[in-house]
Design a protein around this ligand. Structure first.
Ligand code: ZN
Ligand code: ZN
Length: 156
């Protein structure tokens, strides 16, 4: 048996919450971490109480689904709603953030972005992260993490 790293633990958490996404165009998960503690999580979903893409279909404008709030923004807004600081926090995301999320992440004072999958990594997003001294690093979810999870539990 092994012990998983913090990186794998937080990244696994993001992959798990991604499965709660209500827009199937891209299932994304985000976990905000401060001092090795999870302070918020988010997934791609509609405004609370509104129709879900999985029920009513996507609302597509110019090839983007406008119904959903991105996972990263949802996680940041959860912090805003409950008055939790995001200053010097870190974010673990299943996919490299889009430009809008990139800007919000920087503005919220997050200093590290860990992503599992490349996703249309925009050069301007990278430029903004560099300018703001936000560290970005690819941390793929490892098969060993899932194997350990299976081995340690009776999963049906
Ligand atoms: Zn959608
Ligand atoms: Zn986004």
């Amino acid at each position: 048996m092994g012990r998983i790293s913090w990186d794998q633990y937080f990244m696994a958490q993001s992959h798990l919450i991604a499965l709660r996404s209500t827009c199937e165009r891209l299932m994304v998960g985000a976990t905000i971490v401060r001092d090795k503690r999870i302070i918020a999580g988010g997934y791609n979903g509609s405004v609370a109480g509104s129709a879900h893409c999985i029920d009513d279909g996507c609302y597509v404008i110019e090839n983007h689904c406008v119904r959903t709030i991105h996972a990263e923004i949802n996680a940041l807004l959860q912090c805003a709603k409950f008055g939790v600081t995001t200053e010097k926090a870190e974010i673990y995301v299943t996919h490299f953030p889009c430009l809008q999320c990139c800007k919000s992440i920087i503005q919220a004072g997050i200093t590290k972005v860990y992503y599992a999958n490349d996703y249309k990594n925009h050069p301007y997003a990278l430029e903004l992260f560099n300018e703001a001294n936000v560290h970005t690093e690819k941390v793929p979810l490892r098969k060993e993490t899932l194997s350990l999870l299976m081995e340690n539990n009776s999963i049906q």
